[in-house]
Write a protein that binds this ligand. Structure first.
Ligand SMILES: Nc1ncnc2c1ncn2[C@@H]1O[C@H](COP(=O)(O)OP(=O)(O)OP(=O)(O)O)[C@@H](O)[C@H]1O
Ligand SMILES: [Mg+2]
Length: 479
């Protein structure tokens, strides 16, 4: 079966056909180990679907257990191979289906459940004639295109909720958000201020079956403690002095829709029991009334304080925490996904241009340096404001360090040492610094979503030095 690869790649320089076969057999082990290194899955199968060979990646891509050996294509995911291949053959211009031989390449994509994960796999299938078997063999190459698909989906759907990212962790979060939107489960969004919690809440609501009704939002941090109960549950006429009319609270307003409890950590402990009851029983009583109001509501909560810590400090009830955090999502801060800064900056500039600013905007190298090095305590909201500041104060469309808000200016090239307190910049390659350099390199590359240009900026070194250090530590970079 390895003959598939032999003619062009292995035997080309051999003197005779016999030499070629010997050479080929010797090379077989090497070839197999090489094929196991490839990041794509490779399967050889007979026309009846029996698998005769597969490489290491196949098990990874399909999430197969280590001790499971797939014998047939049917063992690889829930794929209707025949139907997919006929379809792919027709799509590639053939007017025949699977039964006829074809040297044409066929390609299709399939969403596959690999253990806990959902992957988008691209299958490329070629037919080859095997002389040893005297029959057709299918060579199936499988590539994981999940990251690409998630990115496309985000860029396309970003518009609706304005969420943009190229960071793998964020892309997974966005897909998870869409996936759980349809369920009724309570979602808890946690993350620093300005990371996009409110946007995620809107995205989940807009992708849910309740999307036709407006989501009801209540910011618990903005309501005085004494008014919170009536704000949530409403009050009956005459419930207290001045209650001349019946008032419908947010819970009743969110009937058949979604209630977004923002800053849920701000709810005082004495109200948490009543809130828990309302969440669990889906019913409550208005202030000053014994009548029970029943609701059909989906709950999403958000907090920028760590609610688990609040539970440990006895300021948040543990039972309420578990109730609201059936699905917890943590949104990473911008400084942990520096690679998102360029795409978000472009997005905010486009937005400003669409709102009437001149479209000749450029950003100087040291201004970029400052944007990439600044730790962004206010996250995306702060970046949006900084970009607007930069555009307004730009010099004929060029955003210079001086055009940026003062806090950020400090992080330009000349001053970037201050940032090194959080990310060590190592300027020598001496042995004792090796571990530190290695870690700093990996950190910078992770934050830069793998972009070498951005990683070099974060470390304050040029791209050649970065590349040399990557080589030294055997770090490969795809981009
Ligand atoms: N990934 C993103 N792409 C584009 N815009 C974003 C993204 N994340 C956040 N934003 C924008 O940043 C701003 C802050 O987002 P949002 O209000 O959702 O954050 P938050 O976590 O709810 O903040 P807070 O804790 O202050 O309530 C909004 O204007 C939002 O549109
Ligand atoms: Mg918010």
């Amino acid at each position: 079966m390895m003959r598939v690869f032999s003619k062009r790649n292995v035997v080309q320089h051999a003197a005779t056909q016999d030499d070629a076969v010997v050479h080929f057999n010797e090379s077989r082990e090497v070839m197999e180990s090489l094929i196991d290194q490839i990041e794509d899955g490779i399967v050889l199968a007979l026309p009846d679907g029996k698998i005769t060979y597969y490489n290491r990646m196949v098990k990874v891509l399909f999430g197969l257990a280590a001790d499971f050996a797939p014998l047939s294509l049917m063992d690889l995911g829930q794929i209707n191979w025949n139907k997919r291949m006929v379809r792919a053959a027709i799509d590639s211009g053939a007017d025949y289906g699977i039964a006829k031989a074809s040297t044409q390449e066929m390609r299709f994509e399939e969403k596959v459940h690999a253990g806990e994960e959902v992957r988008f796999l691209e299958f490329t299938i070629r037919r080859l004639h095997s002389q040893t078997r005297e029959q057709e063999v299918r060579v199936i190459m499988i590539r994981d295109v999940s990251a690409k698909r998630r990115l496309e989906a985000t860029l396309q759907n970003g518009g609706a909720c304005g969420l943009i990212s190229t960071n793998p962790e964020m892309l997974k979060l966005l897909e998870r958000a869409r996936q759980i939107a349809a369920s009724e489960a309570s979602v808890l969004l946690q993350g620093e201020s300005g990371t996009g919690k409110s946007c995620f809440a809107r995205l989940i609501h807009e992708h849910s079956q309740r999307a036709s009704r407006a989501m009801v939002e209540v910011n618990c941090a903005a309501i005085p403690e004494t008014l919170m109960e009536t704000e949530f549950f409403g009050h009956a006429k005459g419930a207290f002095t001045g209650a001349t009319e019946k008032h419908q609270g947010k819970f009743a307003a969110a009937h058949k829709s979604t209630l977004f409890l923002d800053e849920i950590g701000e709810i005082p402990i004495h109200l948490q029991a009543k809130l828990l009851h309302a969440l669990e029983e889906r019913k409550f009583q208005m202030v000053g009334s014994n009548d029970t109001v029943e609701i059909n509501t989906r709950f999403i909560s958000a907090s920028n304080i760590n609610l688990r810590d609040a539970v440990n400090q006895n300021t948040f009830r543990a039972d309420l925490y578990y109730r609201v955090a059936v699905i917890p999502l943590h949104i990473p801060p911008l400084r942990d996904r520096v690679g998102d800064i360029p795409v978000l900056t472009k997005h905010f500039i486009d937005d400003l241009v669409a709102r009437g600013h001149a479209d000749n905007i450029e950003i100087s190298k040291s201004a970029w340096q400052a944007l990439l090095n600044y730790p962004w305590p206010g996250n995306i909201r702060e970046l949006a404001n900084a970009v607007e500041h930069g555009v307004i104060c730009s010099d004929n469309g060029l955003i210079e360090v001086e055009s940026l808000p003062q806090d950020i200016r400090y992080y330009s090239q000349d001053n970037h040492q201050r940032y090194t307190q959080t990310i060590p910049v190592v300027t020598t390659d001496s042995d004792e610094n090796n571990n530190e350099t290695h870690t700093a390199l990996l950190n910078a590359l992770a934050k830069a979503n793998g972009s070498k240009a951005i990683a070099a900026q974060i470390l304050g070194i040029d791209r050649t030095t970065l590349w040399r250090r990557m080589q030294k530590f055997g770090i490969s970079g795809e981009q």
